[in-house]
Write a protein that binds this ligand. Structure first.
Ligand code: UD1
Length: 422
């Protein structure tokens, strides 16, 4: 069982290059299967979720080549359409195989996905979208069987703003007959990235990035090259880490516009932030104000940075309230932060943080990906040693975390030798 050993108390300083976006990567890879030719995706992060997708594609018979930070995917030889279990349970985004296979073959038989345990994560809106396009759906003991003789464009209103449902409907509708209109669509930059790839493949999608997306079905999609956008959640995590350690860090390869809500909130806390082209410089000073944070769909404050910012707010004097309007039970990091000395209570979908208390390094476990990021940040700002387990979650979403932190001056090592019970 690997552990991260963090000797905290060092200010982070220097430059860090942000990787390609995880949440784009895991949608672009299945999207590429829709093409009748090879698709090359560049700037892919080397993270576990991408590796699992690569293994899944191989298992399904696609021609895939994964070198450095690019992958070439040719979905033409694809044969294995029944994927009940196994790898699909290892990541949430395996649900995009529903939309991609349905769009390609008119049929998908894929198990319900796994991924981080953030409380209930229903998929009813995905199914509602497929049904509106004319698909028949059966849940066969946890394997969703989704079939359609001919998908037909439709007007689909999403009751809730959902990233996954918006992308899945785009995948299924790209080659459907006629016009599909998604209303109350999610507006995340990753959705725009997927629409850009599909359009480069020959699709006709307009309005991605707004709450109405129009997809005029086309008969065929072809191969192309595509470069993934930078990971705004990885970037936000490093911004918060820089602030938490009173550091001075320049993030390279970012799109500052994608981070507006995060930048605004960090400035409100008292962090100095300068944007210049595709870089952001973050300077922390330590005298932070308590603030309230409420997560909401893009362009609001992202739920994926709710846990990391909670770690920072343990250092802001006064009471901060962090409310998660997307995942009301995403608070499994709180118990671990408390073990480090933080004063936080969970009330409903909010964490109430009485900040300004010194944290102490101790043994903690990451229960999910962003809880892991929060605990890394807590470990970095704490004097003393933090032993962090549960690294398999962090590996799903942060490329070269130890190398990047080390290059910023953090004293952090990955220990795979010792096996401890916890
Ligand atoms: C995506 C991101 C995840 C992020 C989340 C919210 C990926 C791979 N994951 O997850 O990192 O935390 O967006 O920004 O991109 N909902 C339903 N029914 C559905 C679908 C969703 O009720 O059919 C609810 C969810 O429970 C949640 C809200 O809608 O409360 C938003 O979820 P959604 O945007 O779909 O999240 P994911 O796509 O799973």
């Amino acid at each position: 069982m690997d552990k991260l050993m963090i000797n905290g108390g060092q200010s982070l300083s220097g430059k860090v290059v942000i990787s390609g976006a995880k949440n784009s990567a895991v949608a672009l890879i299945p999207a590429a299967l829709l093409a009748d030719g090879p698709v090359v995706i560049e700037n892919l992060p080397r993270i576990q979720d991408v590796q699992i997708y690569y293994d899944l594609l191989k298992e399904m018979g696609a021609d895939v080549l994964f070198e450095d930070d690019w992958m070439e995917i040719d979905g033409r030889p694809l044969k294995h359409l029944y994927i009940p279990n196994g790898r699909v349970k290892k990541l949430r985004a395996s649900y995009y195989l529903w939309g991609a296979l349905l769009g390609k073959f008119g049929e998908a038989r894929v198990g319900l996905p796994g991924g981080c345990d953030l409380g209930p994560r229903p998929v009813d809106l995905h199914m509602k979208g497929f049904e509106a396009l004319g698909a028949r759906i059966e849940n066969q003991n946890g394997v969703m069987s989704i079939t359609a003789k001919q998908l037909k464009g439709a007007r689909i209103y999403l009751d809730l703003v959902s990233v996954g449902a918006t992308i899945n409907i785009m995948l299924a509708a790209a080659k459907a007959e006629g016009l599909t209109v998604i209303e109350n669509a999610a507006r995340e930059p990753e959705i725009v990235d997927v629409a850009t790839l599909l359009n480069n493949m020959g699709a006709n999608i307009k309005g991605a990035g707004t709450d109405i997306i129009r997809i005029q079905g086309v008969e065929r999609l072809h191969g192309c090259r595509h470069t993934i956008i930078p990971d705004r959640i990885e970037a936000g995590s490093y911004m918060i880490a820089a602030a938490a350690t009173q550091g001075d860090v320049v993030l390279e390869n970012v799109i500052p516009k994608h981070l507006e809500a995060v930048t605004a909130k960090l400035r409100e806390i008292g962090v100095e932030i300068d944007e210049d082209g595709d870089t952001i410089r973050v300077r922390g000073h330590g005298k932070y104000r308590a603030v309230d944070v409420k997560t909401s769909p893009y362009p609001g404050f992202p739920t994926d940075l709710q846990q990391p910012i909670t770690a920072l707010l343990t250092q802001a004097k006064g009471v901060s309230i962090v409310t998660d309007n997307i995942y009301g039970a995403r608070f499994r990091h709180v118990d671990e932060l408390r073990r480090m000395g933080a004063s936080i209570k969970v009330e409903g979908r909010s964490a109430v943080i009485d900040g300004g208390k010194k944290l102490l390094g101790t043994k903690v476990i990451a229960s999910d990906l962003r809880a892991g990021a929060a605990l890394v940040i807590a470990g970095l700002l704490t004097e003393g040693t933090t032993e962090l387990e549960g690294l398999e979650h962090i590996d799903r979403g942060y490329e070269k975390l130890v190398d990047k932190l080390y290059s910023l001056g953090a004293q952090v090592t990955r220990d795979s030798s010792k096996r401890t019970a916890h």
